[in-house]
Write a protein that binds this ligand. Structure first.
Ligand code: ZN
Length: 314
């Protein structure tokens, strides 16, 4: 018998959040966040909070020092409390769309997401059949519109950003803004009626590719897509960053993507392709991704977590 091997050392992982926000400091935090290692604009962070805490006439106070956080500079790691004229600041509205967000993506912990997908598989081919798996046409149309990873292009990474060679088919992905696996929510929201990609109209033209026949939901419309490199695809899918639906400016929700904070994505909107044939990402779909990202990385512990956990166990 060989000598005993030393146990593989566990990595000490960094926490993904370093800001806690309280409405009532004697209770649990309502919102979490990242200071992006002390580089995040305080004004921007306040803007994100105002998406989920109402009424929105508040400012932030440092819990320890008691001073009001200036919106001029950056916000550092620490504990903060919501302060303002209202007697009741709450994140109820945020939590009420929590269930919906969970279906969109991201607010479920990776473990639970995994569990859910195993359940899907156990139920048979149902979920597989219900969304289109042939997405080659989707990707080639995104290639025509975006020409490279839209985030790398925004970062001016030059040749690295562009789809140029045969091998690039494995380096770039046609990413869905609203994930295919949540087709049921897509249906519920009636999104097949808002996308305008003419190539995705069922039976729009005679084609040998089967996706046109199977994608009756039109989830493979390029206004539900972005061409991304592997790295940015993974980070976008995990909501580590999102693209604001109006400004197209990236918000980073995690230190891992801190360098993307404030970068403006423009290629899908400024390309020279005919906009009716190659529509840019749909505002509503980008907004859902943005909300899902806020939900994934900013919603803190609350009693509703426990409720949902117990629902989950049933
Ligand atoms: Zn990229």
């Amino acid at each position: 018998m060989k000598g005993a091997l030393a146990p593989v050392p566990q990595l000490e992982l960094q926490p993904s959040v370093d800001i806690k926000v309280y409405t009532d400091p004697s209770y649990v935090p309502v919102v979490l966040g990242t200071s992006l290692e002390g580089t995040r604009s305080a004004q921007h962070f306040l803007g994100l909070l105002k998406m989920i805490i109402h009424p929105d006439d508040f400012h932030l106070k440092s819990l320890k020092e008691g001073h009001i956080v200036s919106t001029e500079g950056t916000i550092g790691p620490g504990d903060y409390v919501i302060a303002g004229p209202s007697n009741d600041y709450n994140a109820k509205q945020a939590f009420s769309f929590r269930k919906e967000l969970e279906m969109v993506q991201g607010t479920v912990s990776p473990d639970k997401r995994h569990k859910r997908s195993s359940v899907d598989k156990a139920e048979g081919a149902h979920s597989q059949r219900d969304y289109p798996t042939d997405i080659s046409g989707f990707k080639s149309r995104l290639m025509a519109r975006d020409r490279g990873c839209v985030v790398c292009l925004a970062l001016n990474l030059g040749v690295k950003a562009k789809y140029l060679f045969e091998v690039d088919s494995a380096r770039f992905i046609g990413a869905h803004i609203f994930p295919l696996e949540f087709y049921a929510l897509w249906d519920k929201k009636g999104y097949s009626g808002i996308v305008v990609d003419p190539y995705s109209i069922p039976g729009a033209f005679e084609s040998s590719t089967s996706f046109l026949m199977t994608d009756t939901r039109r989830m493979n419309s390029i206004d539900n897509g972005l061409l991304l490199c592997l790295e940015h695809h993974s980070d976008f899918d995990n909501c580590l960053f999102s693209i604001h639906p109006d400004t197209h400016i990236i918000t980073s929700f995690h230190s891992r993507t801190g360098s993307l904070e404030g970068v403006e994505v423009s290629q899908p909107w400024t390309n020279t392709m005919d906009k009716t044939q190659f529509p840019p990402p749909h505002k509503t779909l980008l907004y859902d991704h943005f909300r899902a990202s806020v939900g994934r990385w900013m919603m803190a512990a609350s009693e509703e977590y426990e409720e949902e956990d117990s629902l989950d166990d049933q």
